[in-house]
Design a protein around this ligand. Structure first.
Ligand code: SIN
Ligand code: MN
Length: 219
């Protein structure tokens, strides 16, 4: 019970994987939601990604910088109209560099970080994401993850398989999660969201938004 009253502390979940609660102030969360709404409306709009199995992902996704489709990156949204994907904005790259400095408590940690793609996932009350690795990038630079809206249960595992050891972390609105170094290719997923938990003032009434920014290593 007392836990709920104490500030949640920065925590290293595994080597190179760090959770920083409440990293984004509410105003920044709202700005991010506004930017995501713009990207979602097109010209490369938000969609449910189709998997090679024929199923579609339960999250809705819009991409910035490059379009991700299983399992590749392209400059055009070939699965949804073919328009060129929005440019990756400098303000988001700067946020990514600041995230690395704070997560790793190293003023130089962001120096060479030049993310060029963001996957923006929107989770409705029923959406989740199975355990997977982010491995379509040709770079081992860290992944920076920002969450806004409803809480979720995020499972962060190991680099070998989808099973134990893993740690379940509740991500809430404004939280930062970074995974790099030995954890860059760890399996992870979202078990469920917790509908109705989005705080007032975050910019989203319902659902959860997650941005992961990455370095593709592509030209
Ligand atoms: C992802 O793994 O791409 C998304 C993670 C999240 O929604 O927190
Ligand atoms: Mn992922």
């Amino acid at each position: 019970m007392i836990d709920a009253l104490l500030p949640r502390a920065r925590r290293e979940i595994a080597p190179g994987a760090v959770h920083v609660p409440d990293w984004l102030p509410p105003e920044r969360q709202r700005e991010i939601v506004d930017a995501c709404r713009q990207w979602a409306s097109g010209p490369a709009p938000m969609r449910h990604v189709k998997l090679p199995t024929g199923n579609q992902m339960s999250v809705q996704m819009v991409c910035v910088g490059w379009q991700w489709q299983p399992y590749k990156y392209t400059r055009t949204a070939d699965d949804v109209g073919g328009a060129r994907v929005a440019d990756f904005p400098e303000w988001l790259a700067e946020l990514g560099r600041a995230a690395l400095v704070d997560a790793y408590r190293d003023p130089r940690a962001g120096d060479d970080y030049q993310p060029d793609v963001a996957l923006v996932n929107f989770y409705d009350a029923a959406a989740k994401m199975g355990m997977h690795q982010d491995k379509d990038e040709r770079s081992s630079a860290p992944v920076v993850s920002l969450s806004v809206g409803d809480n979720c249960v995020f499972r962060f595992g190991n680099t070998q398989n989808r099973n134990r050891p893993f740690v379940d972390v509740e991500l809430t609105s404004g939280d930062l999660f970074v995974f790099g170094g030995p954890s860059r290719f760890a399996y992870h997923g979202v078990l469920k969201t917790l509908p109705g938990t989005a705080p007032a003032g975050c910019g989203l009434n319902d659902g959860r938004l997650n941005i992961t920014m990455r370095v593709t290593g592509m030209e």
